[in-house]
Ligand binder design. Structure first.
Ligand code: XUL
Ligand code: CO
Length: 443
């Protein structure tokens, strides 16, 4: 558990450290499943899950949506001085993260401190906050899972950042990425994320797609080379998302990004940060995205949240669906865990969740869902016939002609002759309902 730290002023008054109390507890401000010291499959839940709080959703997002202004008014935003305000926000953030008891946090540069239009002044502001956060990290034991640059919100990025048709805009993205890398490295960040918010297009009528994608790859290489030259040993993650804010984004889904990484020689340094609601926007399940990444050895980190079954956009709700998360955990466990990343709650409370306790309920619910799902998935792998059923389904390739096929020893004519000799195959069930019931049995 990280050490509780409260700044000059206590922001979340009346709420103390959130503790594990067991599944029978009726305390809404306690964990019922997330016992960070519980060992599952050889590791503590804390080490498996590596929970992180997302700075932007928890301390910046103010409830506004395209149809209405803020509903959440944060007491840490009161000062008119940029640095005083940013420090107060950091106090609130570290108070919250230490009370919720997570080991990590994640940020964009402009989540920490407001930026203006002057490159050098922005660098100075960020460096000032980095010094402040360093103290906070040391006092609490909380660590930085990943940092990133927000190169999608400022109006100059309306046509993209690294894929902008205007080189001057691309240069500004480079400046922001450089400073965000410096900040991440100074804070001992374990990873660095690229989410291509506006790296895509609205219409092909004005877009040279190939040229834009080449620029994106160049930027990723420049960033990687710079960070390595500054001693950064962590992993870079690319976070796929098919659309929103642009109509079509180049980092569409795991398979698309994987192809991009192969094509532009990024596989040695880059892995994927997969987000649940991005997967569903791409028309996939989260499990599909995880499996694609795991099979290619690029499963890096996850942004935990959920979408809404009736909505077609990124609602970024806190995860609470045990069946879905258990199926995801089966894949993560079988892959041997996440590649250096963790579970970042890239999720926000609803516009009408206006009590201070709501931010706690949200993170407690998400953490308990993931912990419970991990325990269930481990039980399924250890004690059920799940693995056996899947292995048996492919048993015809384990010996005889099936094995010879896998080994590349058969020709197309061989297949023809085998088919003729063996006649119509027997009907074999895929047992889908049996397996679905099995998941429920273990939850
Ligand atoms: C946006 C999103 C981002 C990234 C970081 O949909 O997920 O918050 O995680 O830029
Ligand atoms: Co995300």
């Amino acid at each position: 558990m990280s050490k509780l730290i409260i700044g000059e002023k206590e922001y979340f008054k009346g709420i103390g450290q959130i503790n594990y109390e067991g599944s029978e507890s009726d305390n809404p401000l306690a964990y019922r499943w997330y016992d960070e010291n519980r060992v599952v499959a050889g590791k503590t839940l804390k080490d498996h899950l590596r929970f992180a709080v997302a700075y932007w959703h928890s301390f910046n997002a103010n409830g506004s949506d395209p149809f209405g202004g803020p509903t959440l008014f944060f007491p840490w935003n009161e000062s008119t001085d940029v640095i005083t305000r940013a420090r107060a926000k950091a106090d609130a953030a570290f108070e919250f993260i230490s009370k919720i008891g997570f080991p990590f946090y994640c940020f964009h540069d402009i989540d920490l401190v407001d930026y203006g239009d002057q490159v050098a002044e922005n660098e100075k502001r960020l460096a000032t906050l980095v010094d402040y956060l360093k103290e906070k990290q040391q006092a609490s034991g909380i660590k930085l899972l990943w940092g990133t640059a927000n190169v999608f919100s400022h109006p100059r990025y309306m046509n993209g950042a690294a894929t902008n048709p205007d080189f001057q805009v691309l240069a500004h993205a480079g400046a922001q990425i450089k400073a965000a890398l410096d900040a991440t490295i100074a804070l001992g960040g374990e990873n660095y994320v690229f989410w291509g918010g506006r790296e895509g297009y609205s219409t092909l009528l004005n877009t040279l797609m190939k040229r834009e994608q080449e620029h994106l790859a160049k930027m990723l290489h420049l960033a990687k080379d710079y960070a390595r030259s500054q001693g950064f040993n962590g992993t870079f993650f690319i976070e796929p998302k098919p659309c929103e804010p642009t109509k079509h984004q180049y980092d569409y889904d795991a398979a698309t990004v994987l192809g991009f990484m192969r094509h532009y020689d990024l596989l040695d340094d880059f892995k994927l940060n997969l987000e649940v609601n991005h997967a569903t926007l791409a028309g996939h399940t989260f499990q599909h995205e995880l499996q694609v990444a795991a099979d290619a050895g690029v499963l890096g980190s996850i942004d935990a949240n959920r979408g809404d079954y009736q909505n077609g956009w990124d609602t970024d709700q806190f995860p609470n669906n045990l069946n879905d998360v258990t199926e995801a955990m089966l894949i993560i466990l079988e892959a041997g865990g996440l590649g250096g990343g963790g579970t970042n709650f890239d999720a926000k409370i609803r516009r009408n969740s206006t009590d201070q306790a709501d931010l706690f309920y949200a993170h407690i619910g998400g953490a308990d869902t993931f912990a419970r799902a991990l325990i269930a998935a481990d039980n399924i792998l250890q004690s059920s016939d799940y693995k056996k059923i899947r292995a048996n389904r492919y048993a015809s390739y384990d010996q005889g002609k099936g094995k010879e096929f896998e080994e590349g020893k058969l020709t197309l004519t061989d297949l023809r002759n085998i088919a003729e000799a063996s006649g119509e195959p027997a009907t074999i069930s895929g047992k889908q309902e049996y397996l679905e019931n099995l998941i429920n049995r273990y939850i």
